[in-house]
Structures are given as C-alpha cells and as structure tokens.
Design a protein. Structure first.
Length: 104
C-alpha cells in the first residue's frame, strides 16, 4: 500500500492526550502502522548510566502514534484525508478537502 503519511509532513493529532496539537513527522513505521511526531506524545524513559551516557536518569522522548490518529494538514490549515491521482506518469498524493497535490 502506498504511504499516505511521509516523513516531514505537517500533521494534526485527532485522538489521544495530544488531540488538536500539530507537529512534523519525524519517523514512519509502516509495518507497525505508526508514526513519530516531533514534540508530541512525550513519555519518560528511565535510563541506567552507560559509557555513552554516564549520568543516566529520566529522559523525555516521543512515543509512536497510530497512523489512524493523525491527519495531514492541507494548505488551509485544516486536517484532510489523502487520496491518490496519476499526473502524467507519476502517482501523486492529493488532499481530499482542496484537491491540491501534497508536496513530497
């Protein structure tokens, strides 16, 4: 299946503790159907001191969100679903709300 959400896309969270907040996609995990959004869904990780990190302690990091809980933001700043269209010999992503081609 083609990727509807890619790294670098601006997305809004539709459900969960960060509902309504926006961010940029840092990582996409297609096999797990999850995305990591910059600065959202933060969790605390307790780490043991190591050679690389002699301090250890409690670190904050982003946890993955299910892809169904995020939506791409269109040019108007609204959440939109993603469709596909063939332009010439290329398959491109299209915003369902505006019909515009999504860059990337």
């Amino acid at each position: 299946m083609a990727a509807k959400i890619k790294k670098g896309d601006r997305v809004v969270v539709l459900a969960g503790k960060d509902k309504g907040r926006q961010g940029s996609v840092v990582r996409v995990m297609p096999k797990e159907e999850r995305v990591v959004v910059e600065g959202l869904n933060m969790v605390q990780r307790h780490t043991r001191p190591t050679q690389g990190d002699p301090q250890g302690g409690i670190k904050n990091k982003e946890a993955p969100l299910h892809v169904s809980n995020v939506a791409i933001i269109d040019s108007n700043g609204k959440p939109t679903r993603v469709g596909f269209k063939v332009e010439g010999d290329k398959k491109v992503r299209v915003a369902k709300t505006t019909g515009e081609v999504i860059n990337g």
